[in-house]
Design a protein around this ligand. Structure first.
Ligand SMILES: Nc1ncnc2c1ncn2[C@@H]1O[C@H](COP(=O)(O)OP(=O)(O)OP(=O)(O)O)[C@@H](O)[C@H]1O
Length: 290
């Protein structure tokens, strides 16, 4: 876990301690209300940034997600693999509010019930999603793309470097460095390579300082060198952000993974290190042995 998330966690623990102390002196009801007064706060005290419990969804009678349970720790980089149709995209659709499950629970931290929020609200809560195809504004420069992604609403006329606040300028510079596009900031995005466009889109998500990032097949179509750079990027994001990466590229998974979850028929088939899941007969049968 990174200092950022650890700090949040320790703040929450301190808060919990205060609440518990209150409980002792003035009764549990006040303590309970103090949580209700913080509807948007991300409570990491239980060591989970995201959890899905027994989630199911059917499309026309076909169960795409079947009692799926999953826990993601703060700062974790989780890889999700599985055969086509396993439900990986549908799982991400559920987390981001695009698809509503028929049953189950989806919580962000311990207290934010994502099923009570719209897709836009979930993005605003700090869950960013990157779809497989890059969707950057090709006619705009790298800089303008990142600037557009800033949280605060800004008029088109004020889209100049010097008008950005110091904090925003620092963040933009930091993100440009992270995505290795510092020397490309004036280039129209349309002239970037496929890999660079993917990094720019990840950079646009990072401008919004997401707590959790969902990345769908981020290295599909990349060269080996771009794939390696993407691995370095994800490893550098880990800890500061939590990441869920869906990928079929096993060498990429080998490079970045700690825990790998194998989805099959809408549920977790196996979970562990890559070596552990690769040795699992069931995983070999449905996925790796293809
Ligand atoms: N809106 C929908 N309506 C009907 N069926 C759907 C819908 N969305 C997904 N499905 C079905 O649900 C199953 C899971 O699909 P999903 O796209 O989540 O799998 P996936 O693991 O992401 O596959 P891939 O690796 O090919 O992207 C598939 O059989 C798919 O056809």
């Amino acid at each position: 876990m990174t200092p950022d998330l650890m700090e949040q966690g320790s703040e929450r623990l301190q808060h919990k301690k205060e609440v518990d102390e209150n409980k002792g002196s003035s009764g549990g009801r006040n303590a309970g209300y103090s949580r209700i007064h913080e509807p948007g706060a991300l409570d990491l005290a239980h060591g989970r940034i995201l959890y899905l419990e027994e989630v199911s969804v059917s499309f026309d009678g076909f169960r795409a997600i079947n009692k799926l349970s999953l826990d993601i720790a703060p700062g974790e980089l989780r890889c999700i693999i599985g055969p086509n149709g396993a439900g990986k995209t549908t799982m991400m659709d559920i987390i981001t509010g695009k698809t509503r499950p028929d049953a189950g629970q989806v919580f962000f931290g311990s207290t934010i019930d994502l099923l009570r929020h719209s897709e836009a609200e979930i993005a605003g809560l700090g869950i960013g999603r990157k779809f497989q195809k890059p969707t950057v504004f090709e006619a705009l420069t790298v800089f303008e793309n990142l600037e557009l992604a800033l949280k605060s609403p800004r008029g088109v006329a004020s889209a100049l470097w010097h008008r950005l606040s110091g904090v925003q300028r620092d963040r933009l510079g930091e993100v440009l460095t992270l995505i290795q596009l510092s020397d490309q900031w004036q280039r129209p995005a349309g002239l970037l390579s496929h890999g660079q466009k993917q990094w720019l889109e990840i950079g646009m998500l990072l401008m919004q300082e997401p707590k959790l990032l969902l990345l769908d097949e981020p290295v599909a179509g990349m060269t080996d060198q771009e794939t390696e750079r993407t691995a370095e990027l994800f490893l550098s994001l880990k800890g500061k952000h939590s990441l869920i990466v869906v990928e079929h590229d096993m060498s990429f998974i080998a490079r970045i993974s700690e825990i790998v979850t194998v989805l099959c028929e809408g549920a977790v088939l196996a979970q562990g290190t890559l070596a552990q899941v690769q040795a699992d007969e069931r995983v070999i049968e449905v996925y790796l042995g293809r």
